[in-house]
Design a protein around this ligand. Structure first.
Ligand code: GDP
Ligand code: MN
Length: 395
């Protein structure tokens, strides 16, 4: 999980890394009053879960509170790299003498923690790695190995830092390494680390990515207002699970579980559900011929989703036959059971035989079918969609 700059700076500050003075705001009014309180020029920084904001026009300066108000208004209406800017960090503007890069990450090839430093900061480190690889300095450490003072001081010296700066930067590197380990980070990065004209070293930018699987070990993050969130472009656990089973699946934000017979049927069903005022909880395709195992997997995904209130099933038998489909569903009901109400329609290849299989199973064990309504070709698909919307509403 990637943190916003203002969140990462909170952690930096608590970990002993000097940061710029600032406040995160979500309205131009607040930007104005904070700039006024600062009483000096500020930098306004769009808070998005992506770097390269400078180049993309997401970092702007303001000399006075009025300008801070106007500029923050502009930033708050921007979409940068697909992210709507919802918060702006108002920071003291630094007089920059020089920018450096410090980062810590995992070297997956060698199973090491690697501390990376570079005298060219502010620019993308990947770019430096391409053009001037010799400028990138590194220390590799085993996961349980200590970073010694002489090592971080050596790194500071390699950046061309002299005098009292060596100690300041070495301490800063050490603090970054401590927080990297303490929070189970995958990446902790300061780019740029700024040397100001009056000789101070400060983290002007902050980036931390945490290991999602270790988040449970850090309840303190919640206390700091940092919550687990679903990131754009990242799969939900259910999508991940579906992917492992080879089922094309997307989580949506509604409450009707969509159990379609193919992607086309899924899209059409989605339209119908919306038409009748409902909202699908997912999109799903069966991912090839749905074997009984596959059908069971599909239904389990829906049944175990706490957001799902009712299931809409629409099967069109083409090459795959409705009787096979019915057998698969019955098998699932016997082995797993369905805790959600479902309305199901079957048409196409062998639909009558499919219905007979359901009828027989229902006679044998009515309990299994108590929340399930099954229809054939005589009921139009619109009716089924409408019924699913009712079921989700508890009608
Ligand atoms: P990024 O582009 O998303 O990595 O955002 P940064 O926070 O790293 O800002 C990009 C660049 O803006 C930095 O490398 C600096 O050159 C510049 N910048 C950021 N903050 C300040 C500041 O306080 N004063 C000055 N003069 N420049 C700044
Ligand atoms: Mn940066």
């Amino acid at each position: 999980m990637r943190l916003y700059e203002y969140e990462a700076k909170k952690i930096f500050s608590q970990s002993g890394i000097p940061i710029t003075q600032g406040m995160v705001v979500s309205s131009p009014d607040d930007a104005k009053s904070f700039a006024k309180k600062m009483g000096k020029p500020v930098v306004l920084k769009s808070q998005i879960l992506s770097g390269g904001r400078g180049k993309a026009g997401g970092i702007k300066f303001a000399d006075n509170p009025k300008e801070a108000e106007k500029v923050s208004q502009e930033l708050l209406s921007l979409k940068i790299k697909g992210y709507q800017v919802e918060k702006v960090l108002v920071d003291e503007k630094l007089d920059i003498e020089k920018e450096f890069y410090i980062g810590i990450t995992l070297d997956r090839l060698n199973y090491k923690i690697v501390v990376i430093a570079c005298s060219e900061g502010g620019v993308e480190i990947e770019e430096v790695a391409r053009t001037d690889p010799e400028k990138i300095k590194r220390i590799s450490l085993d996961i349980d190995e200590t970073l010694f003072n002489f090592q971080s001081q050596g790194l500071a010296k390699e950046l061309g830092i002299e005098g009292s700066g060596i100690r300041a930067v070495a301490e800063l590197i050490h603090a970054l390494w401590r927080l990297y380990k303490k929070y189970d980070a995958k990446l902790a990065e300061i780019n740029p680390l700024v040397l100001t004209k009056d000789g101070k070293y400060l983290a002007a930018d902050a980036r931390i990515s945490l290991d999602d699987d270790a988040l449970f070990r850090h309840p303190e993050l919640k206390e700091m207002g940092i919550e687990k969130r679903h990131e754009e472009g990242e799969m939900t656990p259910r999508e991940q699970k579906a992917r492992e089973m080879g089922i094309p699946y997307l989580d949506l934000d509604g409450d009707i579980g969509m159990f379609p017979g193919g992607a086309g049927f899924g899209i059409m069903g989605n339209d119908f559900i919306h038409y009748y005022g409902g909202k699908p909880a997912n999109f799903m395709d069966s991912g090839g011929g749905p074997t009984p195992e596959r059908l069971a997997q599909m239904l389990t995904l829906l049944d175990e989703n706490p957001q799902v209130k009712a299931i809409f099933g629409a099967r069109f038998g083409g090459i795959s036959r409705c009787d096979d489909f019915a057998k698969g569903v019955v098998m699932f009901l016997k082995e797993h059971g369905l805790s959600k109400p479902m309305v199901l329609r079957m048409t196409g290849n062998m639909w009558k035989q499919g219905l007979e299989i359901f009828d027989r199973a229902k006679k044998e064990n009515p309990e299994l079918f108590k929340n399930i309504e099954i229809h054939g070709i005589e009921t139009p698909i619109e009716e089924i969609a409408k019924r699913a919307v009712e079921l989700a509403k508890g009608v």
